[in-house]
Design a protein. Sequence first.
Length: 351
Amino acid sequence: MNTVSIAPPSSLRRLPLVSWLLAALLASGNAAAAPVEAPASTTTPALIADKQIDAGDLSIGYADLGPAKGDVVILLHGWPYDINSYAEVAPQLAARGYRVIVPHLRGYGSTRFRSADTPRNGEPAALASDVIALMDALKIPRATLAGYDWGARSADIVAALWPERVNALVAVSGYLISSQDAGRKPLPPQAELQWWYQYYFATDRGRAGYAQYTHDFARQIWQLASPRWTFDDATFARSAAALDNPDHVAIVVHNYRWRLGLAEGEPKYAALEQQLAQAPAITVPTITIEGDANGAPHPQPQAYAGKFTGKYEHRTFEGGIGHNPPQEAPEAFVQAVIDATHLAHAKGGAR
């Protein structure tokens, strides 16, 4: 395994890293107000999902950049973010000749369920199956997949279960495939504390609270997960708009309840979930990424390196990079995607 550290441009402000608990107190107003450095204004044009296509259970809204015949890269966002995590990454990749597809996940932006009767299901196998359905609808036989948070988990699952559809993989926080059985096992108290929102969503109060304060909740997660990222109001607002999707709250709550075994999935995904419960290896060429200031729960690179059995590299993005590397360190993320595609074509291994 090759492990490298990548330092982003020095323009990133370096703020002291605080614990999740202290950050939560600050965000909720229960701690004394502290001086806050004024964030820089965003000048990056918004990424617009100006395409729509029926794919499986969904009508998926997506952005499509670059030459139609270019090698395809599909970029998958996480929660509670949106496609604008790739507002800088996608145009840079398109300028290098890639066809770049950036879809809104189910429950986000312009993506909608095609039937009112379809369960608002957030289980991992459903989200990953959406990627395959999108590729089928767009007649894309193979693509490089890249993602973080929920997007990385979906990319991992597609690479594990449908490796013939994946040229290469870029996954923030590495191997995120899990199961309900694993989710039921208790963690040490400090680790459990980091999952506070998962337990909040397990209650009726949590569902009502997220529905009432969706944007406030999302902003707090952004701050906790990336404590050194000084995003501005405009940057947050353009992504928060995607959370106003009518199915968003249902999808998010189901996702986290499913993980704890408090909600059932759909029978049509049961066989896939059984495969995922075996923690299958990922054989496609892969670059995993971690930010050196990721405040969200995440595994350590050494814990998952062995799950990637093909050509493999790990990169740590330095300089205060948090949970959303494509938006916090776009140039380094672009390079990781390009290098992953090169791994797919290179002879010999990268290990």
